[in-house]
Write a protein that binds this ligand. Structure first.
Ligand code: NAP
Length: 262
């Protein structure tokens, strides 16, 4: 049987949750280059519309922009369900990142991290994978982080939400593969995005990758899951942290990298 193309397997539309700039926009662009139409969702209307217009113009695909806040999952579900399009691929990129000592975090910041990083990817995976299972084809990509491989001081809540995405995607990868739905988690190291530049005041961490590299390596890995770790430095780092060192040692290493964040 001839190999299915990316568009045959995951089209005709992909939803990128958090697709207006940075890594999310790189995902949207990589998907459009593979011939799919897009739904991109984010809060800032101007950035969203500029990205939608640029991608539609450059790749000749339809790009639907939804201005919405992922903390309001009821509204997000309503807006997505009202679309009269078939979504064969979900890329969940958006994140809420409370940085700094847990003692200083507000309850609202912690709740936002859970809403954007845990509840919304879970609910959207459920919403969109159900028709994918019925059709016997589709894909789901969840974004995780090397920070989620162990406790990460000063990023403890964010790291824990990313661990949720890793474990969820690994389980669904095995469960949904026989139903024709490919699930993949991207366990990324540092990525040069506006969010990263804002958080990181000093030099970029070793192995920091451009957003386009992370998006391309991830999209190319879809169907070969459960996990993709973009970049050789990050692959080695992950191997050391998860296979060679004790939990105590890996948390200590994370503390050296994240301990100064405020
Ligand atoms: N950057 C890194 O170094 C790094 C490292 C490892 C893993 N990751 C993961 O990679 C993903 C992208 O990271 P990034 O932080 O660099 O972001 P990004 O992809 O550069 O941008 C985040 C996107 O999400 C949207 N967004 C954020 N909060 C939202 C909300 N409440 N509702 C709707 N849209 C929202 C943003 O648009 P609006 O602000 O307009 O809403 C934007 O489109 C995240 O899942 C992150 O955990 C990043």
């Amino acid at each position: 049987m001839p190999k299915q193309s990316f568009a045959d397997k995951y089209g005709p539309y992909a939803l990128v949750a958090g697709g207006s700039y940075g890594l999310g926009a790189a995902f949207a662009e990589g998907i459009a280059r593979r011939g799919l139409n897009l739904v991109i969702l984010a809060r800032n209307k101007a950035a969203l519309q500029a990205t939608a217009a640029r991608i539609a113009d450059q790749y000749g695909v339809e790009v639907i922009a939804i201005e919405a806040d992922l903390t309001d999952i009821g509204e997000v579900k309503k807006r997505i369900s009202a679309l009269d399009v078939e979504i064969g691929l979900l890329v969940y990129d958006a994140a809420s990142v409370p940085i700094g000592p847990f003692a200083d975090a507000t309850e609202a910041q912690l709740e936002s991290a859970v809403a954007v990083n845990v509840r919304a990817p879970l609910v959207l995976t459920k919403l969109l994978s159900t028709p994918m299972i019925d059709r016997g084809r589709g894909g789901v990509v969840l974004m995780s982080s090397l920070a989620g491989g162990q406790g990460s001081p000063n990023l403890a809540t964010y790291a824990a939400t990313k661990a949720f995405n890793t474990v969820l995607a690994e389980g669904l990868w095995k469960e949904l593969a026989p139903r024709g739905v490919d699930v993949l988690v991207c366990t990324a190291g540092a990525i040069m995005t506006p969010g990263y530049e804002q958080a990181e005041s000093s030099r970029p961490a070793p192995g920091t990758l451009p957003a386009v590299t992370v998006a391309e390596q991830t999209l190319n890995a879809l169907g070969r899951g459960p996990v993709v770790i973009p970049g050789p430095v990050n692959k080695i780092g992950r191997f050391m942290m998860t296979r060679l060192l004790s939990r105590r040692a890996t948390i200590g290493i994370m503390a050296k990298n994240t301990g100064g964040l405020s």
